[in-house]
Write a protein that binds this ligand. Structure first.
Ligand code: ARG
Length: 565
């Protein structure tokens, strides 16, 4: 039952057209404190048109609403310019618990998408380079967004736009041919290729001719030279093997691995379209699209030596994605430092009059910091993500060993907790915020962490088991003050999903599961859930609903919920 809507309808009838129902719905707030009721309508906006102070409007409205008391809304009250509505707690509780019990993990499913397609560009690491913290963030945020969109009724296509083309591969081939060893690369591909890449840059300082050599190799690669292609493909295969280990640890899958190279034969047509529309301008031999009217710097399409660029490939990719998937939205989960690139991409596509360009959305995010500084993969100071994940799993295992040594499936659960901790830590803050990386913090079972939510869920499971929960529809007339904060949180789940979609931000879901956990743990501290009396099974029904929603909330964040830990 949508009580916000119900309240809005009652108010609209009394306001006689001063505001529409949906305007009222948007204005209705959920008060922080119980004594302020469950739904609050602010009268401040009306002061001007009604030429009365908000306090007076609230009082008059309240007086008129008294005749609207019904079995869902039991009371109204004017307070400081607001009209507060109080729900009939027993009735709401009963309805909600029955609804969740029936819908189970489908509670909160929405039909916003009507099965339309959203493509999500996520993770997209660069071949022959370490998987960076930025790529981790993109993977985690993008994966959760895809789960949230699916829950809201969209179909999603997760695309890993691998950085597998570009001048750097010319440099890498040059370096490999000069100093590389097949054996070493096989043994430790990403580390070794990075060493070669760094060496290239160091040596090029005193031997500038290396740069030219690198460009030559890239040209050979672009022209389909057999040797160049063979090396490139080998680097790519080795790197992918490493990346896939990380994806497997995190339980993440992709619908497509079409990386930059995939668009090599798809750029000509879009470059031609730009040329036909006379959008290409010569700039010192290079070809650019001027974006002056968008107040953006020009977008470079071809270098003076004819080489294509990152942007050229992204233009072809965007068109390919629309042609293949007819998306309604196309998300790019990529660090904030690329926001200019995505503005340019969208502007160039708009200049080509593609109506779908409007569906392109860059979903940026902040940096991962260590001791306040950017976690860098440069200069050999690499933090290998696989090591980070394994450290976290090990630490989780150590915690289990200390607290619950007899737990079954320790290794499996340590994996769920260790990776879940990292994922949750990433997702709990508004995505644009920078985040400080600290394994100790992430793994704490107290405070705002993944393990805290997982632990709360495990607690609900153990209560259900100990209490011998039987299911069935109970009488919830007794439901009172202690249950209410938990009930209101449970009620908030569907609208939280909607807000997460509006903002493309999983942190709303992470904050939500934290709030629900806190409300539940407070309830657990106040009420003897397992006490043998007439209401026991009904209380367990509430616990059951909390566990359903916690599990589902964690699931759409990409975090596993062990039954025991
Ligand atoms: N490989 C790029 C990088 O690591 C990210 C690619 C993002 N996706 C895209 N379509 N441009 O910076």
């Amino acid at each position: 039952m949508d009580y916000v809507k119900l309240y809005a309808e009652l108010l609209a009838a009394e306001l006689e057209g001063a505001l529409s129902c949906s305007e009222i719905e948007r204005l209705i707030e959920k008060p922080k404190f119980l004594h302020q009721g469950d739904l609050a309508f602010p009268c401040f906006q009306l002061a001007k048109s009604m030429r009365k102070p908000p306090v007076v409007i609230a009082e008059e409205l309240n007086a008129r609403l008294q005749s609207s008391v019904n079995d869902s809304m039991e009371r109204f009250e004017a307070a400081g310019g607001y009209v507060n509505g109080f729900l009939n707690k027993a009735k709401v509780t009963e309805e909600l618990l029955i609804e969740i019990g029936q819908k189970r993990n489908h509670y909160g499913d929405l039909d916003l998408g009507g099965n339309q397609i959203v493509t999500i560009d996520l993770s997209s690491p660069n071949i022959a380079k370490p998987f960076s913290m930025g790529h981790l963030r993109s993977t985690v945020i993008g994966n959760s967004l895809s789960l949230i969109y699916e829950k809201a009724g969209y179909k999603t296509v997760k695309i890993n736009h691998l950085g597998d083309w570009g001048t750097q591969f010319g440099k890498l081939i040059t370096a490999y041919k000069l100093w590389g060893s097949e054996e070493k690369v096989k043994k430790n591909p990403i580390q070794e290729l990075l060493v070669l890449y760094i060496k290239f840059h160091d040596e090029a300082k005193s031997q500038p001719e290396l740069e030219q050599e690198g460009r030559n190799w890239f040209r050979r690669l672009e022209n389909g030279d057999v040797e160049a292609l063979k090396l490139w493909k080998w680097f790519k295969d080795e790197s992918l093997k490493e990346f896939k280990k990380i994806y497997e640890l995190m339980g993440i899958e992709f619908d497509s691995y079409a990386g930059e190279a995939f668009y090599n034969d798809k750029m000509d047509s879009i470059v031609k379209m730009l040329k036909d529309r006379e959008l290409l301008v010569d700039s010192d031999g290079a070809l650019v699209v001027s974006l002056e009217e968008h107040e953006l710097p020009p977008c470079l399409i071809k270098k003076s030596d004819g080489a294509t660029l990152y942007a050229t490939r992204d233009l072809a990719a965007a068109k390919y994605r629309f042609d293949s998937y007819s998306f309604v939205k196309s998300l790019y989960v990529v660090g904030n430092e690329q926001s200019l690139h995505f503005k340019q991409l969208k502007a160039v596509l708009a200049k080509l009059d593609f109506p779908w360009a409007a569906g392109i959305v860059h979903v940026p995010f902040g940096m991962m910091l260590k001791d306040g500084k950017k976690m860098s993969t440069r200069k050999g100071k690499v933090v290998l993500l696989e090591d980070v994940l394994n450290d976290s799993i090990q630490l989780a295992e150590k915690n289990i060993e200390e607290k619950n040594p007899h737990l079954e499936n320790k290794t499996e659960i340590a994996k769920m907790v260790g990776t879940g901790a990292i994922v949750f830590h990433d997702l709990k803050n508004f995505r644009m915020n920078d985040i400080e990386f600290s394994l100790e913090e992430m793994l704490k079972v107290e405070g705002e962490t993944g393990p805290y939510v997982q632990y709360t869920n495990a607690r609900t499971q153990s209560l259900l088991k100990k209490g011998g929960f039987k299911g069935g529809n109970e009488d919830f007339k007794w439901a009172a003050i202690a249950e209410w904060p938990v009930i209101t949180e449970l009620q908030n789940f569907p609208e939280t999903i909607k807000r997460a979609i509006d903002k493309n931000d999983p942190s709303l879901i992470a904050k939500y599961v934290l709030d629900l956990s806190q409300a539940f743990n407070k309830y657990y501290g106040e009420v003897r859930i397992l006490e043998e009396n007439a209401e026991k099974n009904a209380r367990l029904q509430l616990v059951h609903c909390v566990s359903i929603v916690l599990e589902e909330g964690l699931r759409i964040l990409g975090v596993k919920a062990p039954k025991e830990m």
